[in-house]
Write a protein that binds this ligand. Sequence first.
Ligand code: SAH
Length: 241
Amino acid sequence: MRKPLVFILLVFIIFLLIVIYEHDKIDEIDDYVEKRQSMVLNQLHSRDIIDSKVLQAMLTVPRHKFVDEHIRESAYNDYPLSIGEGQTISQPYIVALMTQLLELKGNEKVLEIGTGSGYQAAVLAEIVKEVYTIEIYESLSKKSEKLLNGLGYRNIKFKVGDGYHGWEEHAPYDAIIVTCAPDHVPPPLLQQIKDNGGRIVIPVGGIWMVQTLMKIEKIEGQIKSKGIIGVRFVPMIGHSR
Ligand code: SAH
């Protein structure tokens, strides 16, 4: 008589543990959803991010999965975070601002220089058809590729290399976004955007200088550029230095 009782008790305890575990998991998911909503409302919408596609993408991408476990709680805060190899994931506002400046409609092909954690690539992939992203550190590229594939993104292609030279094979691009700062605009990038309507958003400046976030447009083959705001990005390494 005893054995069945022990068995039932065991099954009950296991069932209880599963319920508690699942409940904790749901609590955690809800917690991040709330943090994400508050980030969009208080850091983006309350400033000057008005593009609904950008706001929706920032609401969707689970930013906490792009940083190490021990800093997950800070993932939605209003500042950049470290992602290893001395590199950083940009502050949410800067990611949103740069994406908004690209003026994306949805059917574009976009090139990103500086994959890093893969967060910016995910935000782009929520909005456009095709994303190409280049990272100079193989370790960061491979880690991001694994994460983004695991999250189900099928429209991002990865390359390890020096983004100064762009990715000629898939050019021309509707837009290029650069998330590390060279001290001049790399000429290959200017060549790889569409002649009419191609655009680049890029921070430009020397290592010890204030960098300027620039928006560059090519209209009927002519280059037009304007400075947007002062920013601080990690330097572009490789050929540009
Ligand atoms: N977009 C990233 C931000 C990464 S920080 C994100 O969302 O997390 C900038 C990244 O640019 C770093 O990962 C750095 O290694 C990379 N980088 C620097 N110089 C580069 C170059 N010449 N080509 C490609 N990537 C470069």
